[in-house]
Design a protein around this ligand. Structure first.
Ligand SMILES: Nc1ncnc2c1ncn2[C@@H]1O[C@H](COP(=O)(O)OP(=O)(O)OP(=O)(O)O)[C@@H](O)[C@H]1O
Ligand SMILES: [Mg+2]
Length: 252
C-alpha cells in the first residue's frame, strides 16, 4: 500500500446531507489517506453516491466539512469523477473521442478549443482502456462495458490526484472488469488516491486496500484487514450478509 504518512487526500467531518426532510448521510466522519484504493460498500440507498457527490460539492450539505489535501474543495480542483453509468444520457449525438477529449476541458478553461495535445491524451487514454478501435463510434452505439471504459478514459485524461468512481464494475464482463482493475492499480502505483463504490463483497480484499462501510452513517473505515469484518458487514447490511463465512466454507 502506497499510503503516505500523515497526508489525507480526503477528510470528511461531521457531514450530514438531506434531500428535503430526509437525511441520507448522518454525521459522517471519514479520512482517506493519500495513495490508497478505497472501496465504499453499503446497501442500495445507503448514501454511497450521495457521499461522492457531497465530496465533489455536487450536492449541498446540511452540516459538515470536506477537505482535499487539507484544503477546502474550491481550492483543490483535481478530482476526476466517474458517475454511475446509468445516470448519463447515452443518446447524446457525440462520439467516443470527443467525449474523452471533453475530459481535458477542466484544464483548458472556458472558450478554449482542445488542440492536438488534448486529442493525443484522449487517444492514449482510450488505448489504455482497450478502446483504440472505437474513436469515431457514436456513444449511442456502445455496449455497457464499452461505455464504462470510455468513462474511465475520460477520467484518466483529467490528470487528477483523486479518482472517484461510482460502480465502475456494474454490468461489465470479466475482461472489462480485469481491464478496469488494471487501470485502477496503475493509478495507485502512480500514487493517486482511488475511491470506488463497489457492490461485490467477494472481490474487496483482492481489489482494494481500504474500505468504508456506509449505511447513512459511516459504520467503519480503515485498512481492509481491519475494517472489513463479519461484524461490521452485519452492522452495515443488517443480518442479510454471510459473504465472509460463505467464502470460508468454499475454501474448506
Ligand atoms: N436527487 C435526489 N432527491 C431525493 N432523494 C434522493 C436523491 N438522490 C438520492 N436520493 C435518496 O437518497 C438515498 C441515498 O441515495 P444514493 O443514491 O446516495 O444511494 P446509493 O448508496 O448510491 O444506492 P445504490 O447502491 O442504489 O446506488 C436514497 O434513499 C435515495 O432515494
Ligand atoms: Mg449509488
Amino acid at each position: 500500500m502506497a499510503t503516505r504518512e500523515n497526508e489525507w487526500a480526503i477528510e470528511v467531518e461531521d457531514l450530514t446531507v438531506a434531500y428535503g426532510e430526509q437525511p441520507v448521510l448522518w454525521d459522517v466522519d471519514v479520512k482517506v489517506p493519500a495513495g490508497v484504493k478505497m472501496a465504499i460498500v453499503g446497501p442500495n440507498g445507503a448514501g454511497k453516491s450521495t457521499l461522492i457527490k457531497a465530496i465533489l460539492g455536487l450536492v449541498p450539505s446540511v452540516a459538515g466539512e470536506v477537505r482535499l489535501f487539507g484544503q477546502p474543495l474550491q481550492k483543490r480542483g483535481h478530482i476526476a469523477y466517474v458517475p454511475q453509468r446509468a445516470t448519463l444520457d447515452w443518446d447524446f449525438p457525440t462520439d467516443v473521442l470527443d467525449v474523452v477529449t471533453m475530459g481535458t476541458y477542466g484544464q483548458l478553461g472556458w472558450f478554449r478549443r482542445p488542440g492536438v495535445e488534448q486529442r493525443d491524451r484522449a487517444i492514449a487514454a482510450l488505448t489504455q482502456v482497450g478502446m483504440e478501435g472505437y474513436h469515431r463510434r457514436p456513444i449511442a452505439q456502445l455496449s455497457g462495458g464499452q461505455q464504462q471504459r470510455v468513462l474511465l478514459a475520460r477520467a484518466l485524461v483529467q490528470d487528477a490526484e483523486v479518482f472517484m468512481l461510482d460502480e465502475p464494475f456494474q454490468g461489465v464482463d470479466a475482461p472489462t472488469e480485469r481491464a478496469i482493475v488494471e487501470v485502477l492499480d496503475s493509478l495507485a502505483e502512480a500514487g493517486k488516491t482511488v475511491v470506488v463504490v463497489h457492490h461485490d463483497l467477494q472481490t474487496i480484499p483482492e481489489y482494494f486496500d481500504w474500505v468504508l462501510l456506509l449505511n447513512v452513517r459511516a459504520i467503519e473505515y480503515g485498512p481492509v484487514a481491519d475494517a472489513f469484518s463479519e461484524e461490521n458487514l452485519r452492522l452495515t447490511f443488517g443480518g442479510r450478509v454471510g459473504v465472509l463465512s460463505q467464502a470460508d466454507s468454499l475454501e474448506t
